[in-house]
Design a protein around this ligand. Structure first.
Ligand code: HEC
Length: 187
């Protein structure tokens, strides 16, 4: 082994049967990046897979998403506050549905009510004052009192339209032959 001082500068002192290794370290910024990725991988591993019960691992995320999706599906759009718009278009659609779906038979041509169903034009409501109550009665019906559940015959959007028609057009319209008040007065 006869290293010149010149060689010392370029070779490391690793010597494998006369084969020498160049001393050529990577620049500090590359080293820094490299160590950084190792540090990040440790953080990532612990945070997203290892730390018990922090809810960040994939299974917990998946379960969270599924429960959220389930809740959204259960929620009626109008109960969620969306989609219940009482504009002219909705009311016109609702008016058509009101005759097409046979509401007329039990609530009268103008919502005045008849021997079967209550008046839908007065301020008195049997099942509550909120628009959501209306939607619920139409959706679930009151089978024991003769009100058909419409959830299998109408979409949520259609039920919203017909509710918009009742609240926006029929309510307060004061038709002839109106049936007497039933239920509680809503302001
Ligand atoms: C087979 C007869 C029948 C049909 C068809 C019918 N209803 Fe009814 N509806 C009733 C009866 C009876 C009640 C009263 C239920 C009660 O006393 O609890 C009622 C109640 C309601 C109420 C609640 C009224 C209140 O005072 O709270 C709404 C709203 C309503 N119906 C809307 C509709 C709409 C909209 C349709 C058509 C899509 C429809 N109904 C079709 C018989 C009917």
């Amino acid at each position: 082994m006869n290293k010149s001082s010149q060689n010392d500068k370029y070779f490391s002192d690793h010597d494998y049967d006369g084969i020498k290794e160049l001393n050529n370290p990577s620049p500090y910024w590359v080293l820094f990046l490299f160590l950084g990725t190792i540090g990040f991988s440790l953080f990532y591993l612990v945070h997203y897979f290892g730390y018990p019960d922090n809810g960040m691992d994939q299974i917990s995320e998946y379960n969270k998403q599924m429960t959220m999706a389930g809740k959204q599906a259960d929620q009626h759009p109008s109960e969620a506050g969306a989609a219940f718009v009482m504009d002219k278009e909705q009311m016109e659609k609702g008016a058509k549905l009101y005759s097409e779906k046979g509401c007329i038979a039990c609530h009268g041509l103008k919502g005045e009510g008849n021997a079967i169903g209550p008046n839908l034009t007065d301020k008195f409501w049997i099942h509550g004052c909120k628009p959501a109550d209306l939607v619920k009665v139409i959706t679930e019906g009151v089978p024991e009192k003769g009100m058909t559940p419409f959830k299998s015959m109408m979409t949520d959007v259609q039920i919203n339209s017909v509710s918009a028609y009742i609240l926006g057009t029929l309510a307060g319209s004061n038709p002839p032959n109106a049936k007497a008040n039933q239920g509680i007065e809503c302001k």
